[in-house]
Design a protein around this ligand. Structure first.
Ligand SMILES: *[C@@H]1O[C@H](CO)[C@@H](O)[C@H](O)[C@H]1NC(C)=O
Ligand SMILES: *[C@@H]1O[C@H](CO)[C@@H](O)[C@H](O)[C@H]1NC(C)=O
Ligand SMILES: *[C@@H]1O[C@H](CO)[C@@H](O)[C@H](O)[C@H]1NC(C)=O
Ligand SMILES: *[C@@H]1O[C@H](CO)[C@@H](O)[C@H](O)[C@H]1NC(C)=O
Ligand SMILES: *[C@@H]1O[C@H](CO)[C@@H](O)[C@H](O)[C@H]1NC(C)=O
Ligand SMILES: *[C@@H]1O[C@H](CO)[C@@H](O)[C@H](O)[C@H]1NC(C)=O
Length: 503
């Protein structure tokens, strides 16, 4: 009697769960917060007013305009410095939980020195944050999104270990000023990208091409800077302000070039994502990275490894300096060991020795490296779960680029599939994802790609002095999603709808 009852119960619940699978993965998990983001240099404009200092990006676009695809710059950008109230209205209309903004270091500390705070500069951020709070939107603050003061670059920038001290002094200004209103701080955005492209290859500000040695030194000093800022918060501010702090890693997903091969996936992960995450969540650089770079450096006849070493004190000091895993994720790649036949369109992932490429059959965005591969996202989330004992994960960026489309069906499809994959990772695999950030609110200055590639939910007319905003189709879609806190089917493309109407 009892047995058969249990049997029937099991059959029923099994049936229910398979039938409901789809719907289960459409409903937002409890506690999942949804927001949208932007970065100071990409949206603010107002580069030279109210005593703002010159940043490395101001310097870069003015002195090396040929490094920007359309020779444009962020002098005015989306003009959010003047139109921030409009931005906040838009976030409110979307019904989102939070807005991720970044602070322009040079606007707050024009001289780089924490002794001379630019009052007008810090006031702008007070105004923006107050406006958000008044509208029931939680502010999440990135302290540094790539635009440090040029005066600090003139003293070596991230090649100079003193940068860690300068960053911590800047962080303290932000804790003191904004900490009473801000409960989540992100220290540094994407060391992986900034170090590689700003100091390794020079395609981004400050435009220095120092190879992997420069890249690693930059990452090394950033890890120290991040840890100093975190420890300072622990010592002086956490007990009063009670906020959360973390760094933002840029991690791609990886799929094996050869079915079943796992070593390339592990190497690719550790050389890109693990480079920054391992010292923070486990301690020190991962062994595979230390030994491979040391070996390659010896082969090159160098007396020491291009990857700098941490002292035992620094290893201990950096370890544990994150209250969550901040993750920027856009796309995935195929990885494998080189074969004799060179594969088209592939590149070597720095010292990992791996060839990395995209499958030409994958659906692409306007930027040639972005493809819609949602399964790579969930496998990355499971990797982070197993690698670091399931830390809280904040997706701090996820987005898709096109060429200025207002009817942005592909963007909707991308976010639908990625969010669904995220909900599966949470509900089925137990990944502890607590935030998901759409990137970005506005079309803006897309770094070296200028204004040719857009990520926004809102179109901005960049040729008009008024920088008028027009919500895209994805904006309307997200409004509906937020109303239900449940994914809605992507709106069919116009041609599909037209066909239906004619029948
Ligand atoms: C600020 O920069 C703009 C170009 O973006 C320029 O036209 C203007 O003269 C500059 N203003 C000052 C005060 O330097
Ligand atoms: C920055 O440095 C200059 C020159 O050293 C000084 O005149 C100025 O007061 C300092 N502070 C600011 C906020 O510019
Ligand atoms: C690094 O900064 C210090 C000041 O803390 C300065 O004395 C030194 O010259 C800088 N190093 C380089 C390489 O610019
Ligand atoms: C690689 O590119 C060349 C020239 O563009 C083309 O002929 C060849 O078929 C490509 N090979 C593969 C494997 O895609
Ligand atoms: C953008 O603004 C310019 C100048 O005001 C105007 O001529 C143009 O029609 C606008 N573009 C769109 C798509 O509204
Ligand atoms: C299809 O087009 C009709 C008529 O223009 C419109 O009312 C309807 O909302 C559209 N359906 C979808 C799903 O977009």
């Amino acid at each position: 009697m009892k047995k058969s009852f249990i049997f029937v119960f099991l059959v029923l619940t099994h049936r229910l769960s398979t039938q409901d699978d789809e719907n289960v993965y459409l409903k937002f998990s409890t506690g999942l917060k949804i927001g949208v983001g932007g970065a100071a240099y990409q949206i603010e404009g107002a580069w030279n007013i109210s005593n703002k200092g010159e940043s490395v990006w101001d310097n870069f676009v003015h002195n090396m305009p040929w490094k920007i695809e359309d020779q444009s710059n962020g002098d005015t950008a989306s003009n959010s410095y003047h139109k921030y109230k409009d931005d906040v209205k838009m976030v409110k209309r979307l019904g989102l939980d939070y807005y991720r903004l970044s602070i322009s270091w040079a606007r707050v500390l024009p001289n780089g020195s924490a002794d001379s705070i630019n009052q007008e500069g810090i006031q702008y951020y007070h105004n923006l944050i107050d406006e958000l709070v008044a509208n029931g939107i939680e502010p999440i603050v990135t302290m540094y999104h790539w635009d440090h003061p040029q005066v600090l670059e003139d003293m070596g920038g991230w090649m100079n270990e003193s940068m860690a001290t300068w960053f911590a002094e800047y962080a303290e200004v932000l804790y003191r000023e904004l900490g009473p209103k801000v409960k989540t701080f992100l220290t540094i955005n994407e060391p992986q990208i900034l170090c590689f492209q700003g100091y390794g290859s020079g395609i981004m500000a400050p435009g220095r091409d120092l190879g992997t040695a420069g890249t690693y030194t930059c990452g090394h000093n950033m890890l120290k800077a991040h840890a100093k800022a975190y420890r300072l918060y622990d010592e002086k501010y956490r007990s009063i302000q009670n906020g959360k702090l973390g760094i933002v890693s840029h991690c791609d997903g990886y799929l094996p070039e050869t079915e079943g091969e796992t070593l390339p996936l592990e190497l690719a992960y550790q050389f890109r994502c693990g480079w920054i995450s391992h010292p923070i969540f486990v301690g020190d650089y991962h062994q595979v990275m230390k030994s491979r770079v040391a070996q390659l450096s010896r082969d090159e006849g160098l007396s020491e490894s291009r990857l700098p070493q941490f002292s035992p004190e620094w290893i201990r000091y950096i370890k544990g300096t994150a209250d969550f895993f901040g993750l920027n994720h856009y796309t995935s790649f195929l990885v494998g060991f080189p074969t004799t036949t060179k594969q088209n369109g592939s590149f070597v992932l720095h010292d990992s020795g791996l060839l990395v490429r995209s499958d030409p059959r994958w659906e692409a965005g306007s930027l040639k490296w972005i493809h819609i591969i949602p399964e790579g996202f969930s496998s990355l989330l499971r990797k982070i779960k197993s690698e670091y004992n399931n830390p809280p994960v904040y997706i701090t960026e996820n987005g898709f680029s096109d060429n200025n489309k207002v009817q942005d069906h592909q963007r909707i499809k991308y976010h639908y599939l990625y969010l669904k994959e995220l909900l599966q990772a949470v509900k089925r695999d137990g990944c502890n994802v607590q935030r998901y950030t759409f990137w970005s609110l506005l079309d803006n200055f897309e770094w070296s790609s200028g204004y040719q590639h857009t990520f926004g939910l809102i179109n901005v007319n960049m040729t008009s002095p008024g920088r008028e905003r027009t919500p895209k189709l994805s904006f309307t879609w997200l409004q509906n999603v937020m109303r239900m806190r449940q994914l809605q089917l992507p709106i069919p493309s116009p041609s599909v709808n037209t066909t239906t109407n004619h029948q």
